[in-house]
Design a protein around this ligand. Sequence first.
Ligand code: GLU
Length: 368
Amino acid sequence: MVKIGTNVLTQGGNQVIFEKMQDIVRQISMLQREGHEVLLVTSGAITEGLSLLDRFKKNQFSGESGSTASKQVLAAVGQVPLMRGWERAFSELDILSAQALITRRDVSDRLSYLHARNTLLKLLELGIVPIINENDVVAIDEIAEVNIGDNDHLSALISNLVDADLLVILSDVDGLYESDPRANKEAVLITEVESVDDYVLSIAGSAGDRGRGGMATKVSAAKIATESGADVLITNGNAENCVLSSVSNERSGTFFPAQSSKIESRRRYLLSNVVIKGHLTVDGGVEKALRRGSSILPVGVVGSDGDFQRGDVVDIQSVSGMRIGAGITNYSANELGQIKGMQSSEILSKLGYEYGEEIIHRNNMTLT
Ligand code: GLU
């Protein structure tokens, strides 16, 4: 996953530079050819909005651009040309891209979490590059000056959502320095941070932090992403082949190794009793199929217990009552009561709607 901020996209100017987009997209296309699945988190909507309002002589408004409400208006205007640029750059290389506007609140809500995860994973499976930005129009604290509300933080949450292996945060400096490289020419670049502790957070706070989007937010984003199982690289987005080299031995910048495996972190989450809302029982054949990586279909479910909703975590049990695993259910207890034992093709006629053929998709499941 690649996160690119406004400063890199505009090269410090007041408009996004299309050639920069083309350069990033060229590198993403090469990564795709090597078999990597890539998502892009992009900023730049507010800046694009500001430059459009100026062009349309609505600058009476841009004077107030400091307030949250006006930033939301700017983002609404600017998201369109921002996406137009990305879409053009991707289609020049015959790559299909998609837009996903997501807020932090969406990631903490169980249903939106499930929907966003399923959609992004499906896009990746189809070879489509998801292009993500904050949904600034509805976001509350994302644009306001709160501690870590910004696309750096969002990219860490999305890394967790899609189980990313690597989050590359492109910066306008080379990485995390021991002191502010702008003030001190001798400042030393830290090439690897074993774990983000208070000391690291404190140097990030003083090392060239220019407020929101500065090094402090990048390092706290790195903390979140590494704890959920992704490696993180903060590197200079102006360096040649910055994205390509991030997956090679030639990577430069500050590397933060994952603090736990993704599978471990998802397992811990799914298997923690705090989140379990009920259980469902599957027949013996399904149990074997699950071990081979299958999803749970209604036909394999023999019963359920508990009052769970779509998006809740449920235990998966064998007929003898043994716990096999846990997963996020696509159907509520009530719906499951009506469709268990049926073929997936019958869900629609039974319920009048459907949320997919699986009760629990293998992507959203862990086995004990
Ligand atoms: N979502 C905002 C934009 O696209 C920027 C947020 C950030 O820079 O972190 O302009």
